[in-house]
Design a binder for this molecule. Structure first.
Ligand code: SF4
Length: 375
């Protein structure tokens, strides 16, 4: 056991900040025992805040049309091989009805930036879901919009919004996106969402092309300023019909270490063990939970369209029915000593008051732990 490694993990947990040098040391120092110390510390923090609960979010991928052309994405507009689809309003609502019957209390409506889904259409769908399922949270993940659009979604009843920032470094952002998109606007969206009162999620792809330790450190600095309520990270996985088709995939090991660091620095954050992590490693989601994650996002989309929402190659769970996924995931969670509550699983700041207007920041928590070393 490397005592420097343990000391750095303890210091990060204590002050909930990380320097570039510490980040490099944690990510690049090998050794199973070191890694296990880090994961155990993160798990301990998660257990103290959330107990053994792992929250499920029912994902409805309702359109794979997108006007954008991000270099890494399988549904980018210039991919002629993508088989496009849109779910109707009725189909979206029936996915949510089925999800509610299965015990889900959060629905995530995710799609490309599809102009067909105007603000009016999105608001109507959100209103109908909330009317049918007032005890459920609605999360939107539909990209960059104006302040006014976000405000309308919020007033229609949407509770949360996911928008991965992808990278906080503007130059790196330009290497991953066409000139029509900018890192500044991406970040503007996230601050707007926070100001309006959403529970806000950002995130990155670990191992995205050209990513350096400096970039990842910038991501941490940015997130400490934004104080998101959710952070979604997964390994970069190349898609065969994109300009990045020959780029190396991100590492599972590095993703797990970053997940653990996120848990140490943001004790209260909702942290998914993503489908990309489960795709890169058959046990990736379990490993993610054991490294501090506390959310899973199984698919509620009709099985006929699942194989068409492919942001990256090899995506898992595209064949099963929602009910099968649900049972399978619950079993997987229980096998590692956790459980799935039937609740919305809000960020602790929101769960306390359940006040949508209360956009408090994720205040620093005192979660000093007593994780012993193996040595
Ligand atoms: S990453 Fe999002 S915005 Fe970019 S092309 Fe894919 S779906 Fe569209």
């Amino acid at each position: 056991m490397d005592s420097d490694y343990a000391g750095i993990v303890d210091a990060i947990r204590e002050i909930q900040q990380i320097t570039k040098e510490q980040l490099q040391y944690i990510l690049e120092t090998e050794g199973k025992e070191n890694e296990e110390y880090l994961f155990r510390a993160a798990r301990d923090v998660a257990d103290r805040v959330f107990g053994k609960a792992v929250y499920l979010r029912g994902l409805v991928e309702f359109t794979n049309y997108c006007k954008n052309d991000c270099y890494y994405c399988g549904i980018r507009c210039s991919n002629q091989n993508a088989e496009r689809y849109r779910l109707s309003e009725e189909e979206i609502l029936s996915c949510c009805d089925m999800g509610a019957d299965l015990g889900f209390r959060t629905f995530v409506l995710q799609g490309g930036e599809d102009p067909y889904f105007t603000d009016e259409r999105i608001c109507r769908i959100v209103e109908k879901i909330k009317a049918g399922h007032p005890d459920c949270a609605v999360t939107l993940s539909i990209g960059e919009k104006s302040y006014e659009s976000y405000r309308r979604y919020y007033e229609a009843g949407a509770d949360r919004y996911l928008l991965r920032h992808e990278t906080a470094d503007n130059e790196h952002y330009c290497m991953l996106h066409p000139a029509t998109l900018s890192g500044e606007n991406r970040k503007r969206c996230l601050y707007d969402l926070k100001k309006i009162g959403f529970q806000v999620g950002c995130g990155i792809m670990v191992g995205s092309p050209y990513q350096t330790i400096d970039h990842i450190h910038e991501d941490f600095v940015f997130m400490q300023d934004l104080r998101p309520h959710m952070i979604g990270i997964g390994p970069f996985i190349a898609h065969k019909d994109t300009p990045f088709k020959d780029k190396a995939n991100g590492s599972v090991d590095r993703t797990l270490r970053i997940l653990a660091l996120l848990r140490l620095i943001f004790p209260q954050v909702l942290l998914p063990a993503t489908t990309a992590l489960g795709t890169a490693d058959p046990m990736g989601r379990e490993k993610g939970i054991l490294a501090g994650a506390n959310v899973l996002m199984p698919n509620l989309s009709p099985s006929a369209v699942r194989g068409k929402y492919l942001l990256y190659d090899g995506k898992i769970c595209t064949g099963e029915e929602a009910a099968e996924c649900n049972v399978c995931l619950k079993r997987r969670v229980e096998r590692i000593g956790y459980y799935v509550p039937e609740s919305r699983g809000d960020h602790p700041d929101f769960a306390k008051s359940d006040a949508k207007t209360d956009a408090k920041t994720d205040e620093k928590m005192d979660v000093k732990t007593d994780v012993k070393t193996d040595a």
